[in-house]
Design a protein around this ligand. Structure first.
Ligand SMILES: [Zn+2]
Ligand SMILES: [Zn+2]
Length: 376
């Protein structure tokens, strides 16, 4: 097996050794030598693993592995350089953008605006807490029924199902601004990373090989295949609320159509671009506390907008923590709400930021020196 190159390797089982590696690497040379670093099933790499991969130049040069390896070579479902946007994939998101123009005819009312803002932040939380920190990184635990409710709440954001979201996000972390990172601005530009990558044929597919931990739940497969029920239900409820409120309280100056335009059209469009900034701007604008080897940045403004996701360099350095703002002044609203949910017993085992990560921040980070000895 020595010296054999696997173009895309998603499963390597070491027979005589200790680790099982599940890694999608675009160019991987398997040679005899030493233990493979361990990459957890949830897509997070152990720190020792990240260090070993970093030394090996993962994504840039070569991995070295033990002597007995069985590689499984398959095509990655990630969008790549050369993929193009398909118009049929554009229609749903374009329609939601066009729905915003309805405001010209339906006007506004205080109630419609409040509902739009509430749905923006409420669904932003569903994306960051559930799609990202739970389904992508498994940074806390929950009952299976609660897990299904997370998925059900998440699909109302019209960002497809949680498994699709997690699969592409895990690919992003594994390759981080190297091929086949699905949405790196450094590879294909800001527009691609912001909105175009998921409109390609590969971008719209779900690669279940990247998310084997979720494949055993039929209820998640069902919601993945029927993710459109989220937006459909939300639109129906908004129309009903707008119709009933406008009828019972004419002074509210709202209606079914106005509530749909604001509560779904405008709110979802803003939610889209708020979420997408983490894939685009958070890899371009901001500071780097940790030398992650990618373009991830900490950006306080994006963190406020996205309820904590803007601490993206922190997150790229240690994606296994439920917390992304590593210090008290790094506002991370999602984490605060998760703490409350833990106190209430809804979730448990919130994974913390390890002390050794703070040591690295103090020692090496650009923001680390000022953070030395600081309260967390
Ligand atoms: Zn990133
Ligand atoms: Zn992540």
């Amino acid at each position: 097996m020595a010296g054999e190159r696997a173009r895309v390797l998603v499963g390597v089982r070491r027979i005589a050794g200790c680790d099982v590696l599940r890694c999608a690497a675009s160019s991987l040379r398997v040679t005899s030598g030493r233990c493979l670093p361990k990459i957890r099933e949830n897509g997070n790499m152990s720190e020792s693993g990240r260090g070993a991969l970093s030394k090996a130049g993962h994504g840039r040069s070569r991995l070295r592995a033990g002597s007995k390896l069985i590689p499984t070579v398959v095509e990655s479902a990630s969008p790549r350089v050369g993929d193009s946007v398909r118009f049929i994939n554009v229609i749903p998101i374009l329609s939601i953008h066009l729905l915003c123009l309805g405001v010209i005819w339906v006007g506004w009312s205080p109630l419609a605006v409040v509902v739009a803002v509430a749905l923006f932040f409420g669904r932003m939380f569903c994306i960051t807490a559930f799609y990202h920190r739970y389904f992508s990184h498994r940074t806390f635990r929950a009952h299976r029924v609660t897990q299904f409710l997370f998925a059900l709440a998440g699909v109302t954001a019209a960002q497809r199902g949680p498994v699709w979201w997690a699969a592409h996000h895990r690919q992003h972390h594994r390759h981080s601004d190297r091929e086949p990172d699905p949405h790196s601005p450094g590879l294909r530009g800001l527009l691609w990373s912001h909105v175009a990558w998921f409109l390609s044929d590969a971008g719209i597919k779900t690669d279940w090989s990247v998310v084997p931990d979720w494949a055993k739940y039929p209820e998640l497969k069902w919601i993945e295949n029927n993710h459109m029920i989220g937006p459909a239900l939300l639109i129906a409820v908004l129309a009903l609320v707008g119709w009933a409120t406008g009828g019972v309280f004419p002074g509210s100056e709202t209606s079914a159509v106005q509530m749909v335009v604001w509560g779904f059209g405008i709110s979802t469009t803003l939610l889209y671009h708020g979420t997408f900034t983490i894939n685009s701007i958070a890899h371009r604008v901001g500071t780097q506390r940790f030398k992650t080897g990618d373009d991830s940045r900490n950006n306080w403004l994006l963190a406020l907008l996205t309820l904590g996701e803007g601490w993206h360099n922190n997150h790229h350095y240690f994606p296994g923590s439920a917390r992304q703002g590593f210090y008290w002044w790094e506002v991370d609203v999602t984490y605060y709400v998760l703490r409350i949910m833990q106190v209430l017993g809804i979730i448990w085992d919130l994974r913390p930021v390890p002390e050794r990560v703070y040591d690295v921040a103090r020692r090496e980070g650009s923001g680390g020196s000022s953070a030395a000895g600081a309260e967390r």
